[in-house]
Ligand binder design. Structure first.
Ligand code: BJ8
Length: 426
């Protein structure tokens, strides 16, 4: 089987040597971060399996889809309306960009001091290390931040990129611009896949994606219990996998895990020590395999109960209505649903502050850790507004700025421990 996979990667044009290096890091890291946890729910088996097959089975499924004439479309942002891709018979995969691979190659076309997520996606593409990237017939970019916006021009030299113009404000004229962008995207996807999006296929795709988001919401709700029945690290893994796994299969498996967690809640069977700090993490997305900060936080004795991030609540907290009559109606509904995402690219972004205060109360959180990638201006600057809002509500906050290297793990641990001591949870 391993040989078959190697042949498959080779046929995709993956650089096998660089890919071997990536694969030599992933399993040990996964073992240290995930398999070392105690009292994990049995339902995590499926997600362990999906991760163990990260470049195997799922890639094979994508190839089978392509062999039948289907298209694979990559996305870097939760603004990409995956309902539309699905309705046109395409498969949408979230491209990870969570590892420091191919940095030297990326720096040939990008400045050194740029957000690690941007450097990572360019490094993955130029280094040909990611079979997902190499499976993509098209990539969808967006204009959320300047770094990404300009990097997509360069990426377009290597793979066709369709860029969605995401507004920076949420006024009526911005809503109209975004609606027209979503409409154009639908036409582009129809053209690219050769499949017409019908009212029926779009309604079904909305239902399917809502099903996935509902299962993720159900998982979130269960974490409101004290003790939480599952670790934050496990939930982050599930949220990361939700971006690329088969939609109906993922939904079934996650609901089965939630059934198990409901029993755990009834039995008072939770993770973490009695009285452990309950923390929310907020900030830039943590793309696979970026588990550094959650690992440090949870091995310091706290339990993460929610992620106010795009690998987290921002991805699934809003649903599109399922009763649209026409394609046009549903495009409007989808556009509205996506514009409700509280990304720091918006100004002002008060709904994000309100949401954080609300989440702290709902999840009975002892504090919030704001975790931003280095050189990410939107989140690093917005951390000031977050701090102000949380101070007004006496919610303790720790601000972290980090990248994909492991060098600062010790320093982060010291700061997390000091924070836990400050809030009386150490
Ligand atoms: S909706 S958070 S997924 S843009 S970390 S590349 S912002 S410099 S990732 Fe994001 Fe969409 Fe917003 Fe979510 Fe730029 Fe910042 Fe890098 Fe970022």
């Amino acid at each position: 089987m391993a040989n078959d996979y190697r042949r498959m990667w080779e046929s995709l044009g993956v650089d096998l040597e660089a890919h071997d290096q990536l694969l030599s890091i992933l399993p040990p890291t996964f073992g240290t971060v995930y398999m070392s946890q105690e009292n994990r729910p049995e339902g995590m088996e499926y997600f362990n399996f999906v991760f163990s097959e990260v470049h195997g089975l799922r890639i094979q499924e994508l190839q089978e889809h392509k062999a039948k004439g289907g298209k694979v479309i990559g996305a870097f942002c939760v603004f990409v309306p995956e309902e539309i891709i699905r309705a046109a018979g395409g498969i949408c995969v979230g491209l990870c960009s969570g590892a420091e691979i191919g940095a030297a190659k990326a720096e040939q076309v990008l400045p050194r001091n740029i957000c690690p997520l941007i450097k990572s996606f360019m490094g993955f593409k130029l280094g040909k290390v990611c079979p997902y990237f190499e499976s993509c017939d098209m990539v969808v970019g967006e204009t959320t931040c300047d770094g990404k916006k300009k990097a997509f021009e360069i990426l377009n030299d290597y793979v066709p990129v369709h860029v969605l113009e995401t507004p920076q404000m949420k006024r009526d004229k911005d809503k109209e611009l975004w609606r027209s962008e979503v409409r154009d995207f639908l036409a582009e996807v129809e053209n690219f896949t050769g499949n017409k999006v019908t009212a029926e296929s779009l309604r079904q795709a909305i239902k399917d994606i809502n099903g996935k988001r509902r299962a993720l919401l159900r998982l979130s709700e269960l974490r409101k219990n004290n003790p939480s029945p599952i670790s934050g690290k496990d939930c982050l893994l599930i949220e990361q996998i939700s971006m690329y796994d088969d939609v109906p299969r993922f939904t079934v498996q996650l609901n089965a895990l939630c059934d198990e967690l409901e029993v755990r809640v009834k039995e008072g069977n939770g993770v973490g020590k009695q009285g452990a700090a309950r923390l929310i993490v907020s900030g830039t997305p943590m793309a696979l395999p970026n588990w550094k900060a959650p690992h440090v936080i949870e091995t310091s004795g706290a339990v993460i109960v929610a992620e106010e991030m795009c690998t987290g609540l921002r991805y699934f907290e809003n649903l599109a209505p399922e009763n649209g009559e026409t394609v046009n109606d549903m495009v409007g509904d989808i556009a509205a649903r996506y514009l409700d995402i509280n990304c720091a690219c918006f100004t002002p972004n008060k709904p994000r502050m309100d949401k954080l205060v609300q989440l702290a109360e709902e999840y009975k959180a002892d504090g919030i850790i704001h975790c931003s990638l280095a050189f990410c201006d939107p989140y690093l600057v917005e951390a000031n507004r977050v701090e102000k809002a949380l101070q007004e509500h006496n919610i303790p906050l720790l601000k972290l700025e980090t990248d994909y290297g492991q060098e600062d793990s010790g320093q982060i641990k010291t700061r997390v421990e000091a924070f836990l001591e400050m809030i009386g949870k150490k």
